[in-house]
Design a protein around this ligand. Structure first.
Ligand SMILES: *Cc1c(COP(=O)(O)O)cnc(C)c1O
Length: 387
């Protein structure tokens, strides 16, 4: 089991370890969906952009999806000869021309952005899409991940479409894009598609493709792949469309670890505390933003095993807490811990708040060897702040 191997590896902590075999397993599931439906699946790089692994992903995927110029450049460079799609809330004029060197599919957020850049992109031979907002919220709990929430800036609502989309603008379009899901199952997709068809169905007949965004938790154990395939084929056959999906999480779900060490233990009242050499605020920001509780190898929920600790980072932020976990043995200075599912929204969201060092990045190769991909030091902290 890879967890045991990593836990006893003695690698310098804190460090991330990307699991090549787990990545490949996710990708072959995604490949199967593509093979059985004829859809195309792209890697949403904002979730996972460790480009050293792109050669591992490339044989299984149709290409990459980017949130702007830099990710588009990364995708075009490191997953070459594949499709490169980009969506951005608004494009900068100075950057747009450069973007044309990298992206082959460009999605606009609003009719005004389409009007501003559509012809330029079209003349450069690009396929053009617009992001719609079907105003169909299917998630509860985290509003910051709901682009269908009232007043959202993401995507064009039917009202906005009717007010601003001229015939000329519609004629520029090759496709329609929506992204409304987050860590969801295919029942939420089915519900969303009903709203998309009801509101935008007449326009879909004129399009070449439909991009159904990310948030499809396809590689999660309980995901209903049969319903997903049904949804894809329904849209494909009803409107004669090429279907794209661009999951981030599903590509690298459960395919990485954060290896860390206990630096100190203390007790405040009844609360046992362990301070680790990793920080939630710096190294796993989604633990605080989302929020969520990352799985920790060989631990239980608070109170489940004999010894419960609140795990936190060494920074000055009171809320720099990963969560409460229980263990069979008391924690001691120098103990190693291994957080799981750490490949997504971690390395690409890191920061150096408090001057925290960035964790090194390794890949555990299929042959069982550890390969160092990146090592960081003082300079990485310093040069982001001045000369
Ligand atoms: C975030 C995002 C994705 C990927 O979402 P996951 O939840 O990681 O699957 C895809 N497309 C767009 C436009 C996004 O903003």
């Amino acid at each position: 089991m890879n967890q045991k191997k990593i836990l006893t590896s003695g690698l310098k902590t804190p460090c991330y370890i990307i699991d090549e075999v787990a990545l490949t397993q996710n990708c072959s599931q995604l490949k199967q969906v593509q093979d059985e439906t004829g859809c195309k699946i792209l890697l949403a790089q904002k979730a996972f952009s460790n480009y050293d692994l792109y050669p591992v992903l490339a044989p299984y995927l149709a290409g990459t999806e980017a949130s702007g110029l830099y990710e588009a450049r990364l995708g075009a460079t490191h997953m070459p000869n594949k499709e490169c799609h980009v969506f951005c809330g608004a494009y900068r004029k100075e950057e747009f021309e450069e973007l044309l060197n990298y992206a082959d599919h460009i999605v606009f957020n609003s009719p005004s952005q389409l009007k501003k850049y559509g012809k330029l992109a079209k003349n450069a031979g690009k396929e053009i899409g617009i992001r719609i907002n079907p105003e169909c919220s299917t998630q509860e709990g985290h509003d910051i991940y709901d682009p269908c929430a009232p007043g959202s800036r993401l995507g064009t609502t039917l009202t906005q479409w009717q007010e601003h989309m001229t015939e000329e603008l519609i004629d520029l379009l090759d496709g329609i894009h929506f992204h409304t899901l987050c860590e969801q199952n295919s029942d939420a997709l089915a519900q969303t598609l009903t709203a998309v068809e009801e509101k935008f169905g007449v326009y879909l007949h004129k399009m070449k493709w439909l991009n159904m965004g990310g948030g499809h938790h396809i590689t999660r154990k309980d995901y209903d792949v049969t319903l997903l395939k049904k949804c894809i084929l329904h849209m494909k056959n009803t409107y004669q469309l090429e279907i794209y999906l661009e999951p981030g999480e599903a590509v690298a779900l459960n395919a990485g670890y954060l290896y860390t060490q206990v630096l100190d233990t203390l007790k405040n009242g009844d609360m046992h505390i362990a301070i680790l050499d990793m920080s939630a605020a710096c190294h796993t920001p989604d633990v605080i933003e989302m929020p969520y509780r990352p799985p920790l190898f060989l631990s239980g929920n608070a109170g489940e095993k004999a010894y419960t600790y609140r795990l936190g980072g060494p920074t000055c932020l009171s809320g720099d807490i990963i969560g409460d976990y229980s263990f069979d043995m008391p924690l001691k200075d120098g103990n190693y811990l291994l957080f799981e599912d750490m490949a997504i929204y971690s390395m690409c969201k890191n920061n150096t708040f408090n001057g925290m060092p960035l964790p090194d990045i390794y890949v555990l190769r299929a042959d069982g060897s550890f390969e160092l991909l990146a090592r960081f030091g003082y300079d990485d902290f310093k040069y982001r702040l001045g000369k």
